[in-house]
Ligand binder design. Structure first.
Ligand SMILES: [Fe+2]
Length: 277
């Protein structure tokens, strides 16, 4: 199947931005191609902070990454968050925005966590309806990310790859494939990452996430607190051989050191320059 997102710009390799990078980020302008910023961090910014982000957006393309739209909620999405996300994307001239395939609130109560959906036809319909109503109001594509989940909710009617394929087939949405989430899920569920990719709609991948994790009590956790493991780089390479993705973001939420993060950016750029000319 043909790649669907040639019309979007090719951003290169970026990082997930943290406020503590503000002082040093300009030093790495040659290494870092773009920034992904947690959208909710932008929602809470005052005018002065927004101006700073607008200044930053003159140096780096900024992609807002939301965690609170709750696209899997049966009682609809978080409208307030969607309005703020749209405003921010316009102010920062972002080429796309993203959120997750999950739910984060129920009956208006925030769960405070990216919670997995049962891979069922009911969840497919909910997500499709929510996504369509949201995308119709946006001026840029909203791309959807696979999450890490330690267990399957018992009502499973299909695999995760089939679940995401059904959503893509009905909405034509773009995907943010978190390769580390995929890797962690496969380790925890005893499944094969290559098998997942073979069943996954890779032609709809707009962006990749990479990060690192650690083992705790027999589970491999997506901690975003370690360098990207070699197995994840191998999967990234396989994907880049097949799909002209528009960007890769290195995520790090804990044990943050911009210099170490840039080490992983440089590794991603070696693959990017090999396959993404
Ligand atoms: Fe991610």
């Amino acid at each position: 199947m043909k790649y669907k997102f040639m019309h979007l710009p090719r951003l290169g390799v970026g990082i997930s931005y943290k406020p503590q990078f503000a002082k040093d980020i300009r030093k790495y302008i040659k290494d870092i191609d773009f920034l992904e910023i947690i959208a909710e961090q932008l929602f809470e910014s005052n005018n002065t902070q927004i101006k700073l982000f607008q200044e930053l957006s003159k140096l780096f393309t900024i992609v807002p990454h939301a965690v609170s739209l709750s696209l899997g909620s049966v009682d609809g999405i978080n409208h307030q968050a969607s309005i703020k996300l749209k405003e921010i994307a316009k102010k920062l001239n972002s080429p796309w925005v993203s959120d997750h395939i999950c739910f984060t609130e129920s009956a208006g109560i925030s769960i405070g966590h990216l919670s997995p959906l049962p891979f069922s036809m009911d969840s497919v319909s909910t997500l499709i309806n929510n996504f369509r109503s949201l995308q119709d109001t946006f001026h840029v594509p909203i791309i959807l990310e696979n999450i890490a989940h330690l267990f399957f909710i018992p009502i499973q009617e299909m695999s995760e790859a089939e679940f995401i394929t059904k959503i893509v087939n009905s909405t034509n949405c773009g995907l943010l494939l978190d390769v580390h989430n995929l890797y962690a899920n496969c380790l925890n569920h005893g499944t094969d990452p290559i098998g997942f990719l073979n069943a996954f709609p890779i032609n709809s991948i707009v962006q990749l996430h990479v990060s690192g994790g650690s083992w705790l009590q027999g589970y491999y956790l997506d901690t975003h607190a370690a360098p990207v493991p070699i197995e994840v780089w191998r999967l990234v390479e396989l994907i880049l051989q097949e799909v002209p993705v528009r960007g890769i973001v290195v995520e790090r939420d804990d044990d943050i050191n911009l210099e170490l993060l840039v080490d992983d950016v440089k590794k991603a750029k070696i693959l990017w320059s090999r396959y993404c000319k």
